[in-house]
Design a protein around this ligand. Structure first.
Ligand SMILES: CC(C)(COP(=O)(O)OP(=O)(O)OC[C@H]1O[C@@H](n2cnc3c(N)ncnc32)[C@H](O)[C@@H]1OP(=O)(O)O)[C@@H](O)C(=O)NCCC(=O)NCCS
Length: 205
């Protein structure tokens, strides 16, 4: 091996070890559309949530604020793929903060596991925030990973004097003000304040 060849071989070896392997195949981004949840979506939405979040999902303290209630008007959103299959879901719920201030609680947010990192979660979050603002809501709260939700403007800065009605991790209790200052001085435990399922059924009957 001459000097040039030896240099090239050791250079190649160095590059192989210094650079992580990169897959240059085009990344398939799932095609999807966003829209309102339909009555017929309930079974697929529940199946998707079981798949994405596991069976323990109903033990969360957020569930106490959702049980027996309807989501806030116009704020049950889904993503569908090209075959019209449900691939993402997010819902928001009316809550009253301890001292009477009204807000929304967001969750659960989930996407079909095979579509993860395809942008569906972000699209649902942005649509939820836009719609909540358009409908005149003033703040959104949620319990979730700051590493994901901070990109949409959520933080724990305004939730220090608020509490969920059950166990939760304080650093994961986040809020986004849609109206600046809405959560200033807000304190107390969240309570469900949305339409009860029974009221909706009674009105429909
Ligand atoms: C969280 C979830 C909804 C995100 O949906 P998605 O369509 O995969 O999200 P997006 O494609 O918009 O964003 C993906 C990015 O978020 C990151 N991300 C996903 N979950 C995250 C988390 N918990 N913490 C920090 N970052 C996270 C991914 O690493 C990815 O980063 P990249 O863009 O740098 O590659 C989805 O992963 C999911 O359904 N998870 C299971 C259910 C769940 O945990 N729901 C949230 C409860 S807190």
């Amino acid at each position: 091996m001459n000097t040039n060849t030896a240099f090239q071989a050791s250079f190649d070896a160095l590059i192989q070890t210094a650079l992580p392997e990169v897959d240059h195949r085009p990344v398939a981004r799932p095609a999807f559309t966003l829209g309102a949840e339909r009555l017929g979506d309930v079974v697929s939405r529940e199946a998707l949530l079981d798949l994405a979040m596991g069976a323990n999902r109903k033990r969360k303290s957020s569930e106490k604020l959702r049980r027996g209630r309807k989501p806030a008007e116009g704020l049950a959103l889904v993503a569908r793929d090209e075959a019209d299959q449900l691939v993402g879901t997010v819902r928001l719920w009316n809550v009253r903060l301890g001292d009477g201030v009204q807000a929304l609680l967001l969750g659960p947010l989930a996407v079909e596991p095979s579509t993860k990192s395809g942008g569906i979660g972000s699209a649902l979050m942005r649509q939820a925030i836009t719609e909540a603002t358009r409908l005149g809501h003033c703040a959104i709260l949620l319990v979730g990973d700051p590493g994901y939700y901070e990109r949409f403007g959520f933080s724990a800065a305004k939730t220090g004097d608020l509490a969920m009605p059950g166990p939760y991790e304080r650093h994961r209790f986040l809020a986004l003000e849609l109206v600046e200052g809405w959560l200033d001085g807000a304190k107390g435990t969240l309570k469900a304040s949305g339409r009860k399922v029974s009221e909706v059924v009674a009105r429909a009957g």
